[in-house]
Design a protein around this ligand. Sequence first.
Ligand SMILES: [Zn+2]
Length: 213
Amino acid sequence: MTNFLPKSIRTLIEEFSRLPGVGPKSAQRLAMHLLRSPRDKIESLGQAVTGLKDDIVFCETCWNIAEKNPCYVCDNPSRDKSLICVVEEILDAVAIEKMGEFSGVYHVLHGRLSPVDGIGPDQLKIVELVKRIENGSKDDGEFSEGKSYKINEVILATNPSLEGEATALYIQKALIGFDVKVTRIARGLPVGGDVEYADEITLMRAMKGRGDF
Ligand SMILES: [Zn+2]
């Protein structure tokens, strides 16, 4: 960028354009928008950004981000500790939570197996998951809130991509031998999807996962 704009604006545009999904044009528009905004609005945005990491910790049970450890889901007596939903990313758990139907707890892997990118089991929270299941599949179960819980079911809710499938398969194998039921989320055609245009894997899973009408 030329020196036509003042340095402070150029720096801001540069920072914005590093954000995911923000191109150079959007970065310029955002910076100009802020320049026109009242000072107190800009200051509250600045405080939200600088304070982002201050009050955030990882829950050492489910590895979601939280204000305290354990997080409010793991610490909630009304959540079903016997049911663990395994997801790739925090935002996957957010999406499931928004649905309002899931009463169990989560385990966030923080990624998926991807040999091409050098992501192996050690880079993900898989060891932690296996340990959690190991402790929780015994009769006296996982210890939380001063009580113990027997883990009955692990739902593998990784994405239906090649990496997501490989990750689910790896975890399923790692959990063989524990007294716990391992299930995989059903997949099928999306609403508005067309049988004609669906790929083979989606169609196959839709057929396999068919239910009573
Ligand atoms: Zn938690």
